[in-house]
Design a protein around this ligand. Structure first.
Ligand code: ATP
Length: 491
C-alpha cells in the first residue's frame, strides 16, 4: 500500500505519525511535496538512506517581518537563513536500533521529521524502504476535541490502517495505554503522560516496519517506560527498525545497537553506543574553547565503524559455547576503555584507578569466585567537607551490576585539606561470569548550594572475567546457583 500525500495539505495532527508502504523517497528539489514510490537500487537491507541532507529555516527577527516579506511588492527579503542540518548522511539497515544524541537545538527532531516525511528538506536525498510510524511532537497528532478512542481511529486513518483493522487492534491499544476512563474523555484534558501512553500504544500497534520516536518516552512514568522498552524489544526481535531520539544515555544504552551524535546540524560520530555516548558526554560537559577542541577531536576520529558495534543484548557468555577454563589472573596491556568520560575537576582529581588482587597485583582479567580490590586515589585541590566516595561496576551496555557509596550519610569524612592525597579501597567478591565489564568512580562533598561531585570518571577501568567450564548460569551474575534433578517419578 502506498500513500501519496501533500505536505501542504496535512492536517495539523498528522505531525505525530506518518505512514506509507513500499519504497518512497523525497529528494531535492522536490517537484512537489509529494512522497513518491521510487526504485531503490541499494541493498534491500538498507531501510533508510540519507545523503547530503540540508534543512534551512527562515528566521525572522520580528513576527511582522514575515508579513512584510509576503506583501512586499519589491520582494525584499526580511529573513535570515538558519541551517539546522548541514549535509547529513546516514545509512540505516533493517533491524538496527539507532539512537540519535545531541544537545538542544542540534537538529535531531528536524532529521526525524524529514525521515518521517512530515517536513521537507532544503536539499539532499532521503530514501525510506518500508512503512513508518512516527511519534514526534507529543500530543500534536491528536484532535483535542475528540476522545482518546476517536483519536485511535483517526491515528489509524493517518497511518493508512482501515477502520475495521483498527477495531481489531482497539482492545490491545487501549489496554497497553492503560489510561482508564480517560480513554472516553476529550484529549484536551490529557496530561503529557497520557498523551505519551496513547500515542506510543497506537504507534507500536499499527505494526510499522520502521518506528521513529522523538523523546516521547521521557514523559512517561517508570513503569510505563519499562513496558514500552519491553514492547520495543519485541519489535526489535521481529527484525524491525527503530530510530530513537533521547537525551537519556541510559535509554540509548539499553535500547540501541548503534548511536549517532549530531551537533549543530552535522553528524559528529556514528558507531557503537558506548563510544558515541562518550563523545556526547565529553561534548556537553565542555565549554568555550575546550568544546571546540573536543568537537574537532571527535570529528577527527569520526570513523567509528558501525560494524564494530557489539550485538545488542550480546548475551552473558553462558549462552555461548563453553571454552576451556582459563583461570589465570592477568593484566592485559591492551585492555583499556576507549569510552572513558572524565568530568571536569571541581576541587579534586581521581587518580590511578585499578583493580588489584588481595596481594596487591594490578589485574584486568579476573577469575570468578575470587576476591579483589577496586582502588583509586583522590588528590584534593581545596578544603573539602563531608566527603564521600562512589563506585559502580557495569556491563558493556551500561547496566549497573554493583554500586557503592561510602561512608554512609552521617558518617561522611568531615574534612580533607587542600593538597592532600587519599586512597579508597573497595573489596568485592567476583560473582560475575565471563564477560567484559566497566567501572565508574566518583568523589562527592558539600558545596555551596548542596552536595556535588568534586570529580567523577565513567568507564574509568575495564576488565574481563575469564571463562570457566563448570558453570550452569546463563546471566552476568552468579548468586551461588545450584540445581538438582530427581530421577524419581513425581506422582
Ligand atoms: N520552524 C523553525 N523555524 C526556525 N528554526 C527552527 C525551526 N525548527 C527548528 N528550528 C531550529 O533548528 C535547530 C534544530 O532544531 P531541532 O528541533 O531539530 O533540534 P533538536 O536537536 O531536536 O533539539 P531538542 O533536543 O531541544 O529537541 C534549532 O536551532 C531550532 O531553533
Amino acid at each position: 500500500m502506498v500513500f501519496l500525500f501533500r505536505l501542504g495539505s496535512y492536517p495539523r495532527f498528522l505531525d505525530v505519525g506518518s505512514y506509507c508502504r513500499g519504497y518512497w523517497c523525497h529528494r531535492f528539489p522536490p517537484a512537489s511535496t509529494t512522497l513518491c514510490r521510487c526504485n531503490m537500487t541499494s541493498s534491500d537491507d538498507v531501510v533508510i538512506s540519507i545523503s547530503g541532507l540540508r534543512k534551512s529555516y527562515k528566521v525572522y527577527s520580528k513576527n511582522i517581518d514575515r508579513l512584510k516579506e509576503a506583501l512586499d511588492p519589491r520582494r525584499r527579503i526580511y529573513h535570515k537563513e538558519f541551517d539546522a542540518l548541514k549535509g547529513v548522511g546516514l545509512s540505516i539497515q533493517r533491524g538496527e536500533i539507532v539512537g540519535i544524541l545531541g544537545s538542544n537545538g542540534s537538529g535531531k527532531s528536524t532529521l526525524l521529521k524529514i525521515v518521517a516525511g512530515v517536513l521537507r528538506q532544503s536539499a539532499g536525498k532521503v530514501k525510506v524502504n518500508g512503512s513508518v510510524s512516527a511519534l514526534l511532537e507529543l500530543g500534536a497528532g491528536f484532535n483535542p476535541e475528540q476522545s482518546g478512542l476517536e483519536n485511535i481511529y483517526l491515528a489509524g486513518v493517518l497511518r493508512g490502517v482501515p477502520r475495521k483493522a483498527m477495531s481489531k487492534k482497539l482492545d490491545e491499544i487501549v489496554e497497553f495505554a492503560d489510561i482508564g476512563e480517560f480513554i472516553h474523555q476529550k484529549t484536551k484534558f490529557y496530561s503529557s503522560g497520557m498523551f505519551a501512553r496513547l500515542a506510543f500504544s497506537v504507534s507500536i500497534h499499527v505494526d510499522p516496519d520502521i518506528l521513529i520516536i522523538d523523546e516521547a518516552l521521557s514523559v512517561g512514568d517508570a513503569a510505563f517506560k519499562r513496558k514500552c522498552f519491553s514492547k520495543l524489544e519485541e519489535f526489535r526481535k521481529s527484525g524491525k527498525t527503530i530510530l530513537l531520539v533521547s537525551h537519556s544515555e541510559a535509554a540509548i544504552t539499553e535500547m540501541c545497537n548503534r548511536a549517532v551524535l549530531i551537533d549543530r546540524g552535522e553528524v559528529l560520530a556514528d558507531g557503537p553506543v558506548k563510544e558515541t555516548i562518550a563523545c556526547y558526554l565529553k561534548l556537553i560537559n565542555a565549554k568555550g574553547e575546550k568544546r571546540k577542541e573536543i568537537r574537532d577531536g571527535i570529528v577527527a576520529g569520526q570513523a567509528i565503524s558501525p560494524a564494530a558495534s557489539p550485538p545488542k543484548n550480546s548475551t552473558p557468555a553462558a549462552a555461548q559455547p563453553q571454552r576451556a577454563v582459563d583461570a589465570e589472573e592477568l593484566f592485559l596491556e591492551g585492555l583499556r576503555p576507549k569510552s572513558t568520560v572524565e568530568y571536569p575537576s571541581e576541587g579534586a582529581r581521581l587518580l590511578n584507578v585499578r583493580i588489584e588482587t588481595l596481594d596487591g597485583r594490578r589485574v584486568n582479567r579476573l577469575v570468578h569466585g575470587k576476591r579483589y580490590r577496586y582502588v583509586y586515589e583522590i588528590e584534593f585541590h581545596c578544603l573539602s567537607q563531608n566527603v564521600s566516595f562512589g563506585m559502580m561496576i557495569k556491563t558493556t551496555q551500561g547496566t549497573a551490576l554493583c554500586g557503592g557509596s561510602y561512608p554512609q550519610k552521617g558518617a561522611w569524612i568531615r574534612e580533607v585539606g587542600a593538597g592532600e592525597v587519599r586512597a579508597v579501597t573497595w573489596e568485592f567478591d567476583c560473582l560475575l561470569e565471563e564477560g567484559t565489564y566497566f567501572t565508574n568512580c566518583g568523589v562527592m562533598a558539600d558545596r555551596e548550594g548542596g552536595r556535588s561531585y568534586l570529580h567523577r570518571i565513567l568507564d574509568a577501568y575495564m576488565f574481563q572475567v575469564a571463562p570457566r567450564a563448570d558453570r550452569i548460569t546463563t546471566a552476568w551474575v552468579n548468586l551461588g546457583l545450584t540445581a538438582r534433578y530427581d530421577e524419581k517419578v513425581v506422582t
